[in-house]
Structure formats: C-alpha cells, structure tokens
Design a protein around this ligand. Structure first.
Ligand code: NAD
Length: 460
C-alpha cells in the first residue's frame, strides 16, 4: 500500500501550493500532457484495475470496462476540447460601454481535494480528476477505504506516473478524510452520501472553500402504460442490477401504473432470467455487496412488503439475489432511505398525479426515470418534478453523455461535472473588462451638477 503518512498531509499540500505557484499548470500543453499520461497509466494498469474491482465488488470484467475504465473516453474528450475551453471567451457589452471590451478568463483554482466513494471507486475518482487536471489544478485524492483494492491501485498509478507535488493520493478512512478536511483547499469535490456531504460542507465553510457535492438519494422510476414492455423491463433490469444495485443513479423504487403492474413484474422476472440465469448466485455477471455492514442493512429491507422475485441471500459471499418487493408502504424502512443494493420495491399508482405528488413529497432525487411514449405525460413529469437529471425511456445512460452536466439538486447534491462542466467546476471564471485611452467621457465624474437628466436618460 502506498500511503501518505497522515502526519505529512500539511507538507504535501504546501509542496503542491509551491508547485502551483510556479505557474506550470497554467500551460494548456502541460495539462494535455498530463491527461495523456493519465490515459497511458490507466491503459498500462488495466488488468490490475479489473482485478481490484473483482476483489472489492466481484465486479464483472465487462462492467469494469463499461463503467470504470471507460473513463478513458472522458480523457479523450477533455484533450480534444481543452484548447477551446481554456481560451478567454469574449463577452458582449452594451452600447454605453462602446469603448470597452469584455472577456471571461477561466483560471485554475489551485490545490483541490477529491474524495471518492466505494461503488464505482475508480471512475468516481478519475472522472473529477480529469476536470481538475484539465482546468490546471494540483490535486490531492482520497479514494474510499472500503473499496481497498481499488484505493491501492489508484495510489500506485498516481505515485508511479505523477510527481506528488502535482497529484498525490492519501489513502485511509474517516480519520484521513478528517485530517484532510482540517486543511485549507481551493475546492473540495466530494462524492458520497448525503449525511457525510453535510460534514464536508461544514468543514469547507471554515475556509470558505467552494464545494461540489455529488450525493445520493432515492431515484424514482415511473412506468406508464404507453411503453414497449420488453425494452422497458430490460432497461430497468440493467440499470437497477448492474453492480448489484450499488449505483447512485440506479432506479431506487418503481412507481407503476396499476394496470400494467402484473405485466411489468412478469417481464422483469423474464429479463432477470435472461441476464443472470435461473440462479444469479452462479452468474459470472452479477456483483456482490461491498461489505458485511451494507449486506446486513440490505437484508433488513427484505422483511418489508412481500418479496415477489428473489430474496435469497448468502452472508458468506455477501450475495443478495436481484429482488422485487411488492406491497410496500411508504413508512417501511426500504422506502425511507436510499436502498443502494439489488432490492427494488414496487408502488402502484392510478393517476400520474399520484406518482408526481409522491416524488414531490420527498427530497429531490439525483435521477428520475420515466417510461412512456406519451409526449404530454413526458412534458408534465418534466415540468412538475425536480431532480438532478432525467432519463426518459431508459435508465442510467444519462451519465455517459459528456455534453450533459451531471449532478444533483437539493439533498442529492450541489454543482455538477462531466465534459465541459468538469472544466468549469474546477475553474474560476475571471471577468476582465478593458477600457481604452482614446476617449474619456465625463458623465460619471463629480461634480454631478447638471448631469442627472443625462443619467436618467441613460437608465432608460
Ligand atoms: P460515504 O459518504 O460513506 O463515503 C464517501 C467518502 O467520504 C469516503 O471516501 C469516506 O472515507 C469519506 N467519509 C466517510 N465518513 C466520513 C466522515 N465522517 N468525515 C469525512 N469523510 C468521511 O459514501 P459511500 O458509502 O462511499 O458511497 C455511497 C453513497 O454515495 C450513496 O449515498 C450514493 O448515492 C452516493 N454516491 C453518489 C454519486 C454521485 O455521483 N452523485 C456516485 C456514487 C455514490
């Protein structure tokens, strides 16, 4: 394990501050070089990354490529657009500013801190890191201690390919996190649960450090009758049970039009068999629960409602079968907290207004899914609900579109990233107004006598 001594954290930050001051990271070519370095480093360690995720989450190799190593695509995207993103943008000025020109200069923030979770432990560290590098920052990275193998491989990759004065990894749990949070950073980018998000924000407030909080919550999935059932069940099955449901934007619960509920349950049963066979425990394509603690928490949900599919579990393997629960009440614990596992409760509605009211009675979710071809209903759901993002007639895929900012709202988070949004998150937009010397009208200078009529006219 390549671990930075916790007592050394202050020194590392100071070294990074000194490096930042040299101005090296302000050079866009330097940043592009570093992004290329990062890509090369990931490619070089592909196999170790696959193995680490297998050890942490029993993550199937295909899922590791699809959802973790795929971060390489984000590096390519940043390299392709970086020259353009980092150029000063001309800003318009009104006619009364005719002798001025205005520009917005994106500038790096300095030394930033990135704290990651365990569920997509590689991607959710590297993806914000791409933004930090692209925008010209130095970064300290704290991966999740719970996905310890992935934390180790991230530490190895960064230590081998980058100067710690530029990028450094601090491994460890709450203690490491708290030691880091006691220091001043220029931005903190945190991905994790809402409760810890509040701790991060409180710590950041001490230094007025800006934060991006990528949090979780209960993302609803509404299913109307006007759908292609076969496509719908497959897309829900995939989005819910990939990584054994340990996905921040997995559909947390289904809100199903009563008239289609039975067909939907039958369809989900069929697609689960298609994906994972008769016994998902022996499928090579089905992940495991990250820890005993989370396993216990999830198993306790199985007493809520009526299990209609799945429910089997094996503590020794931290295996929980893909599970559907019907007849749940909103007071059940499975409907009170984010599930974050392979358990999908089903709630029926008669009219879409009920589904919308239920969503609006709860904290704003990170994602909202709506399956329906009815354009009016689509419009209504979009207008009458608020969520970090929405995906219509699919699940989870919104996270893969670089042109869409990704983030929450309300309890599901503050700020966003991906593509240009990552660059913006890690940049300060410096407004620069420039005047010239060829003219100096005196209307704004004292003495003011006789100038009021002109000022009133200018104000229109
Ligand atoms: P977590 O909040 O427990 O931990 C996240 C990080 O915070 C870890 O690195 C951990 O070491 C650190 N941490 C934990 N307790 C801390 C404390 N008291 N003080 C300081 N730091 C502390 O989250 P998790 O269990 O790793 O991840 C699951 C949560 O993350 C879920 O709620 C999920 O929805 C959310 N999540 C959100 C996104 C997103 O993109 N919005 C992505 C993945 C996960």
């Amino acid at each position: 394990m390549i671990t930075t001594e916790l007592s050394n954290i202050g020194n590392i930050i100071q070294t990074q501050r000194d490096f930042f001051k040299t101005g090296k990271t302000k050079d866009v070519n330097f940043r592009i070089e570093q992004l290329k370095n990062l890509k090369q480093a990931i490619i070089e360690h592909e196999q170790s990354i696959v193995e680490a995720l297998q050890a942490d989450l029993h993550k199937p190799e295909v899922e590791t490529y699809l959802t973790e190593i795929s971060v390489i695509k984000d590096i390519d995207y940043a390299i392709k657009h970086l020259q353009n993103w980092s150029k000063p943008q001309k800003a318009a000025v009104s006619w009364d500013f005719f002798s001025y020109s205005a520009k917005i200069y994106p500038e790096p923030l300095g030394v930033v801190l990135i704290i990651g979770p365990w569920n997509y432990p590689f991607q959710l560290i590297i993806s914000p890191l791409i933004g930090a590098i692209a925008a010209g920052n130095c970064a300290i990275i704290k991966p999740s201690e719970i996905a310890s193998h992935t934390s180790d491989i991230i530490a190895k990759i960064i230590a081998k390919h980058f100067d710690p004065a530029y990028l450094a990894v601090v491994e460890g749990g709450v203690e490491a996190s708290q030691k880091l949070l006691a220091e001043k950073f220029d931005h903190i980018f945190f991905t994790g649960g809402t409760a810890v998000g509040k701790i991060i924000m409180a710590a950041a407030a001490k230094y007025l450090t800006p934060v991006t909080l990528e949090l979780g919550g209960k993302s609803p999935c509404i299913v109307d009758t006007d759908i292609n059932l076969e496509h719908t069940v497959r897309r829900i099955t995939w989005g819910k049970f990939i990584n054994a449901g340990q996905t921040c934007i997995a559909p947390d619960y289904l809100l199903v039009n009563k008239t289609i509920k039975k067909d939907l349950i039958d369809g989900l049963e069929k697609s689960l068999k298609e994906f994972y066979g008769e016994n998902p425990a022996s499928s090579p394509d089905y992940a495991r629960i990250i820890s005993e603690k989370h396993f216990e928490r999830l198993v306790s949900f199985l007493k809520d409602g009526k299990v209609v599919i799945g429910g089997e579990n094996q503590p020794s393997e931290r295996y929980i079968a893909p599970t559907l629960i019907d007849n749940v009440s909103l007071e059940d614990s499975v409907m009170q907290e984010e599930i974050f596992g392979p358990i999908l409760p089903i709630i029926e509605y008669t009219d879409i207004a009920e589904a919308i009211a239920l969503i609006n009675s709860r904290p704003k979710p990170l994602a909202l899914y709506f399956f329906s071809q009815d354009k009016n209903l689509q419009k209504r759901v979009l207008q009458e609900t608020s969520s970090g993002g929405v995906c219509i007639n699919d699940t989870v895929m919104q996270v893969g579109v670089s042109s869409l900012p990704f983030g929450g709202v309300g309890d599901s988070g503050i700020g966003n990233y991906h593509g240009k949004a990552s660059f913006d998150t890690f940049s300060h937009k410096k407004s620069v107004l420039q005047n010239s010397f060829w003219l100096d009208l005196k209307w704004r200078y004292a003495p003011y006598e006789g100038k009021l009529p002109l000022i009133k006219k200018l104000l229109g």
